[in-house]
Design a protein around this ligand. Structure first.
Ligand SMILES: NC(=O)c1ccc[n+]([C@@H]2O[C@H](COP(=O)([O-])OP(=O)(O)OC[C@H]3O[C@@H](n4cnc5c(N)ncnc54)[C@H](O)[C@@H]3O)[C@@H](O)[C@H]2O)c1
Length: 396
C-alpha cells in the first residue's frame, strides 16, 4: 500500500501510541495537537517506549531512526495536506471531531482515508460533515495501542468496501489483529461489554454494597481481569470514560448513571494522568499498579460483576453485530482478559447468569439488565455451558 504520509490528530494517550506504531511500521508520520507541550511530551513518551522495545529485541531499528520519521506540528492544515491516511484521536467530543473532519474534507484529496479512533461515537455521525463519507471509517485501538493487539474496524453507513479493506490491511501492517464490526452502534463491541462492568461496579459502590477495593479484588483474583475495574478506569483516563459513557447513554445505551465518575472528572481527578482518580498515583502520568489486598475478596460475588457484561455480549451475538469468536477475541486482545466473556459465561453456567440478572432486576430495579432472550433460550434448551456439555461452545 502506497502511504507516503500518515497523519495522527491528537497526541494524548492514544494518539502518541498510534503515531509510534505507524513510525515503527516505516511510515512518515505527521502528529498534530493543539497543545505544543503535549506534542513535546508525546515525543518523550515515544522515545521511552521505543528504547524499551529495542532493549527487548522487539524492534530492529534504533529509536533515533524511528523518531526521525515523526514530525510534530500544531498546524492542523499542515498535518493534513497531501496525507494518505489520517487517524483522528482527539478528545471524545462530537463537535471537535466534526471540526477536524470538516477540515480534513477540504484539505485532503478524495483518495485519502479518514479514520477515527472514537470509543463511542457513531462513525456515520462524524462522517456527516464529509462530502465523500465513503472514505470515513472507525479504527478503534485499545490502550496502550503499542501493546494491545486488537483494532475494531467500524463501517459507517456509507463507508466503502475498498476503504474497509485498505484500513484492515493498514491495521495488519501496524502489527494488529483487526476485527470488523458489522454495525455502527454506540460503543461498538468491546466497550459495550466493558462498560457493563464499569456500570454495575459503580452502582454497587454508590449504593453501599461493596467498596472499590473489594470489587477490584473480585475482578482481579476471581475473574482474572488484569487491572480490575476501577484501576483500569484510572489507567485509561476517567475523563475519557466519562465522555464515552455520556455519548453512549445519549445514543440509547441504557445504564446506571455513575455520578461519582462525573464528580471526579469535574474535580480534575482523571486517574493516572492527573495523579488521582479512584486510587492515588504519586507521580502523575506514571502508572504504578495499586496493590489490592487478597483479604478484600469475598464481599462481592463475581457473577454479579460479570453477568451484565455477558448479557451485553448475548445481545451483540443475537443481533449479529459480532460472532462469538470475535466477542471473545475482543476481550482477550483488547482488554487482556485470560478468557473471553462467553467462555467465562460457560464456566459459571448460563442458568446462574440468568438468575443473577433476574435478581439485579427484581432486587435493585436495574431494569435494563433483563436477561437477553438468547440467554433464556439457552437455559430452556439446557445449553448451560461446561456443566451440560454445551453452552456458547461445546465441551466433550
Ligand atoms: N484512553 C483510552 O483508553 C482510549 C482507548 C480507545 C480509544 N480512545 C479514544 O481516543 C481518543 C483520544 O483519547 P485519549 O485517551 O488519547 O485522550 P487524551 O485526553 O489523552 O488526548 C486527547 C488529545 O487531543 C488533543 N486535542 C483536543 N482538541 C484538539 C484539536 N482540536 N486538534 C488537535 N488535538 C486536539 C488534546 O490536546 C489531547 O492531547 C478519544 O476519542 C477516546 O475516546 C481512548
Amino acid at each position: 500500500m502506497n502511504i507516503k504520509k500518515f497523519t495522527v490528530i491528537g497526541a494524548g494517550n492514544m494518539g502518541h501510541g498510534i503515531a509510534e506504531l505507524a513510525a515503527i511500521a516505516g511510515f512518515e508520520v505527521w502528529l498534530n495537537d493543539i497543545n505544543h507541550e503535549v506534542l513535546k511530551n508525546a515525543i518523550n513518551r515515544i522515545k521511552w517506549s521505543l528504547e524499551k522495545l529495542y532493549e527487548k529485541g522487539n524492534i530492529k531499528e534504533s529509536s533515533e531512526k524511528i523518531l526521525d520519521r515523526i514530525h510534530i506540528t500544531t498546524n492542523l492544515e499542515y498535518a493534513l495536506e497531501d496525507t494518505d491516511f489520517m487517524v483522528e484521536a482527539v478528545v471524545e467530543d462530537i463537535n471537535i471531531k466534526k471540526q477536524i473532519f470538516s477540515k480534513a474534507d477540504i484539505v485532503t484529496s478524495s483518495h485519502s482515508i479518514l479514520a477515527t479512533n472514537t470509543s463511542s461515537l457513531p462513525i456515520s455521525e462524524i462522517s456527516s460533515v464529509v462530502k465523500k463519507p465513503e472514505r470515513v471509517i472507525g479504527m478503534h485501538f485499545f490502550y496502550p495501542p503499542v501493546l494491545m493487539k486488537l483494532v475494531e474496524i467500524i463501517k459507517g453507513n456509507k463507508t466503502s468496501e475498498n476503504v474497509v479493506r485498505r484500513t484492515y490491511e493498514i491495521a495488519k501492517i501496524l502489527g494488529k489483529e483487526p476485527i470488523i464490526i458489522a454495525r455502527d452502534i454506540p460503543g461498538f463491541m468491546v466497550n459495550r461489554i466493558l462498560f457493563r462492568l464499569y456500570d454495575i461496579a459503580c452502582y454497587l459502590v454508590e449504593n453501599g454494597k461493596a467498596s472499590i477495593e473489594e470489587i477490584d479484588a473480585t475482578a482481579i483474583y476471581e475473574l482474572g481481569l488484569p487491572l480490575g475495574i476501577f484501576i483500569l478506569q484510572d489507567f485509561t483516563g476517567l475523563d475519557v470514560n466519562y465522555l464515552a459513557m455520556k455519548a453512549m447513554n445519549e445514543r440509547g445505551y441504557n445504564s446506571y448513571y455513575c455520578l461519582s465518575l462525573e464528580n471526579k472528572v469535574k474535580t480534575n481527578q482523571l486517574g493516572v494522568k492527573s495523579g488521582k482518580g479512584f486510587y492515588t498515583y504519586p507521580t502523575p502520568g506514571k502508572f504504578i499498579k495499586p496493590i489490592i489486598p487478597r483479604d478484600k475478596l469475598g464481599k462481592i460475588n463475581a457473577l454479579i460483576l460479570i453477568s451484565p457484561a455477558i448479557n451485553e455480549a448475548a445481545y451483540l451475538l443475537r443481533n449479529n453485530i459480532a460472532s462469538k469468536e470475535e466477542i471473545d477475541k475482543g476481550c482477550k486482545l483488547g482488554l487482556g482478559w485470560p478468557m473471553g466473556v462467553l467462555e467465562i459465561a460457560d464456566q459459571y453456567g448460563i442458568d446462574e447468569v440468568v438468575k443473577t440478572l433476574s435478581t439485579l432486576v427484581s432486587r435493585y430495579e436495574l431494569n435494563y439488565l433483563n436477561p437477553d432472550p438468547l440467554l433464556i433460550q439457552m437455559v430452556n434448551e439446557n445449553k448451560l455451558g461446561v456443566k451440560s456439555g454445551k453452552g456458547f461452545y461445546t465441551y466433550s
